[in-house]
Design a protein around this ligand. Sequence first.
Ligand SMILES: Cc1cc2nc3c(=O)[nH]c(=O)nc-3n(C[C@H](O)[C@H](O)[C@H](O)COP(=O)(O)OP(=O)(O)OC[C@H]3O[C@@H](n4cnc5c(N)ncnc54)[C@H](O)[C@@H]3O)c2cc1C
Length: 396
Amino acid sequence: MQSFDLVILGGGMVGLSLALALADTSLQIAVVDPHLPAPLDAERDFSLRVSAISASSQHFLDALGAWSGILSQRLQSYQTMHVWEKDSFAKIDFDCQSVMTHELGHIIENDVIRDSLWQLIQSQSNVTILSENCLQIERGQREAWLRFEQAGMVSAQLIVGADGANSWLREQCHVPLTFWDYQHHALVATIRTQLPHQNCARQIFTPQGPLAFLPLPDPHCCSIVWSVPLARAEQLQAFSVEQFNRELAMAFDQQLGLCERVGELGVFPLRMRYARDMAGDRFVLIGDAAHTIHPLAGQGVNLGLTDARDLATTLRRLHEQGKDLGLHPHLRDWERQRKGDATLMIGAMEFFKRLFSGQHPAKKLLRGLGMELSNQLPMLKQRWIKQALGLGEPRI
Ligand SMILES: Cc1cc2nc3c(=O)[nH]c(=O)nc-3n(C[C@H](O)[C@H](O)[C@H](O)COP(=O)(O)OP(=O)(O)OC[C@H]3O[C@@H](n4cnc5c(N)ncnc54)[C@H](O)[C@@H]3O)c2cc1C
């Protein structure tokens, strides 16, 4: 039987980050994922899945050595952000100069981040990659056991579930899940625009939901996240590309002129998920396995990377002290902190979603006044930007 200190189920952005953050320790780590990343073709089109990466996540990826790999591929920084409401005077602008940084964040294709982590992980002598599904898990007092078809039985002090929104580990450990449907489907696509994006991330709140245009490394290309109710998503999917382009440009107030969809349209049902336990004896959950939120503020993977970063710090300390990595009491502080952050983020997404729903004239007027007022208050805006960048004051 192979024996590891840590088995990480899931080699996505979050799982690989955790493995890499512990790669310089003497911990023996296994990363399990049935779908390993394929090499990226330099000539490929932009990928459908992109993430707005905060400064805090950038620092983490840099500390892991992965940022240079991302830079050597492709990414787009954005210096300004423009948010407004359809058919209203409400608008708010953010810019990086007000917080004295070079950018507000970066838009990066998910597979570029994953590839960069993957390139590094393969050369780590204490990390073993298992490319298969785990069939069964048992948790004992001193260790946990996993059964694989090819690798056979494997033991570990701690099993980490970084296996995404429909986490297998979460289910096996019978972790209760709080969830609700956002009543939105996110349509994602790459759009060629008539006018250049000028390194600005834009988001409009329409009566049906938010629509974001995220700048890509071509000045005339953006990645969109268009959140709409199911019926509208089905209608938009059924349209011809020309009709879709017209609807999109109209929904976006023609801010970047004519729009032309390049390639396929992806659709993701949006659901809030919150695992009521992020840790227990012999297991922890991180990233989307622990929580999923509405993409309107682009914070999902940033939250997951912070789970991984802080868990690595905790595990490193426990290892140095010679303590058992898999005992729940040893993981409680980390769990409390991470659940606190996830709850705050879930609350914030709910607040924004509710704030911008409803077309009652009085509510619209209040929204407009609130946004206008906030737009005039530099201190408040600076505080918001710092929070979004992950550079806010540490919470108690
Ligand atoms: C439309 C949309 C837009 C978004 N935009 C942003 C954004 O701008 N900024 C942001 O921060 N976040 C964004 N997010 C959220 C972000 O995409 C996710 O939070 C992130 O991908 C989660 O990463 P992860 O590694 O936790 O999970 P995943 O990326 O889902 O990776 C899970 C991995 O686990 C593997 N796996 C699955 N089952 C098993 C198993 N049984 N055993 C072993 N391995 C398994 C999978 O193969 C996969 O590799 C967005 C989400 C959506 C839907």
